[in-house]
Design a protein around this ligand. Structure first.
Ligand code: COA
Length: 144
């Protein structure tokens, strides 16, 4: 029932709403959302349920460092805990096809941390007061 497919600028309004719901403190500004849906080289994948947008992930590849960065991942609350983030993450990792993947997460985000650790990510560093409200970020890395 859940489809995993490439996202495009047509998904802008849905992505904006997802960001607003899932990241109440620090959702991306409109220009960043347009960028993630249009800029070349970015991997952008959505999850849909009967054509409704329910989740999103984006990945960037830094070719110089041959490192992929997961820049955002979110699933609408009513669709969480069904393995959708797991599917988005697996698809993004496959499409990035790099030796190393990194991402940051809020220290308190136990659910996302569980997802990353389950998928082979390990803590590389803690970035003190990284987020706008002063919360620390954990930098996770995975060797593929
Ligand atoms: C993090 C997020 C993307 C996960 O999406 P999801 O589709 O629910 O994830 P999945 O269903 O694939 O996996 C959920 C896992 O978390 C576990 N989980 C649920 N609540 C949890 C909690 N409070 N603490 C730890 N683990 C938890 C589930 O048991 C499941 O693990 P399992 O597969 O081992 O049973 C989603 O919660 C979300 O959008 N959160 C808001 C945005 C966000 O924080 N994004 C991450 C930014 S770094």
């Amino acid at each position: 029932m859940i489809n995993i497919e490439t996202a495009s600028l047509k998904d802008l309004n849905n992505l904006r709403e997802l960001e607003r719901i899932c990241f109440p403190i620090d959702n991306w500004p409109l220009l960043d959302l347009i960028g993630v849906l249009t800029m070349p080289g970015i991997i952008r994948i959505k999850a849909t349920f009967i054509d409704n947008f329910v989740g999103f992930i984006a990945g960037n590849i830094n070719n110089r460092e041959s490192t992929g960065w997961i820049t955002t991942i979110a699933v609408l609350p009513e669709f969480q805990n069904r393995g959708i983030a797991q599917s988005l993450l697996a698809e993004c990792e496959n499409r990035m096809n790099v030796a190393k993947i990194k991402l940051t997460v809020r220290k308190s985000n136990s659910k996302a941390i569980h997802l990353y650790e389950k998928n082979g990510y390990f803590i590389q560093e803690v970035w003190k007061s990284y987020y706008i409200d002063g919360e620390d970020a954990i930098l996770f890395q995975k060797l593929c």
